[in-house]
Design a protein around this ligand. Structure first.
Ligand SMILES: [Zn+2]
Length: 145
């Protein structure tokens, strides 16, 4: 659902941007499968613009204009549908992310050897003589009364 909404929003934004000022903006960095679709889309928008321009100049009859416009819009819809399809294929066909390698446990089992300092409270062992336990924070030396 969210993916669908995102797609729709992206397309709407794209259509808006391209439709408003197709030439003023640098082409967005296309992802490989979309390159040719983007190009086709841009070409169609360009044609639509030219068509409108010529129509306004009176070079085209109303009928010609409407027919050509319809053709271009149909073509555009097809391209957009194809973009959608490619997007969906990419999203559903994407292989699952490889399971993260089991993070090596940072805690290497400390061999209990002579000379280790063991916390009397939690039994954590440290190689250095610590005043306070690094695990539980209590004084390492048992307080003798
Ligand atoms: Zn402790």
């Amino acid at each position: 659902m969210i993916i669908a909404i995102t797609c729709v929003i992206a397309i709407v934004v794209l259509v808006f941007v391209l439709g408003v000022r197709p030439k003023d903006l640098p082409a967005p960095e296309p992802v490989s499968p979309f390159v040719h679709l983007d190009e086709r889309k841009a070409a169609i928008y360009e044609n639509l613009r030219d068509l409108q321009f010529e129509y306004r100049l009176g070079k085209l009859s109303d009928n010609d204009y409407q027919l050509t416009k319809k053709d271009l819009q149909k073509e555009l819809a097809a391209v957009l549908a194809e973009v959608d399809k490619v997007k969906l294929t990419l999203q559903s066909g994407r292989p699952p992310a490889p399971a993260p390698a089991p993070a090596a446990k940072a805690k290497a089992p400390a061999p209990v050897a002579a000379g280790n300092h063991t916390c009397p409270h939690c039994n954590a062992t440290f190689e250095q003589d610590l005043k306070f336990c690094g695990e539980c924070g209590k004084p390492m030396k048992a307080v003798r009364a």
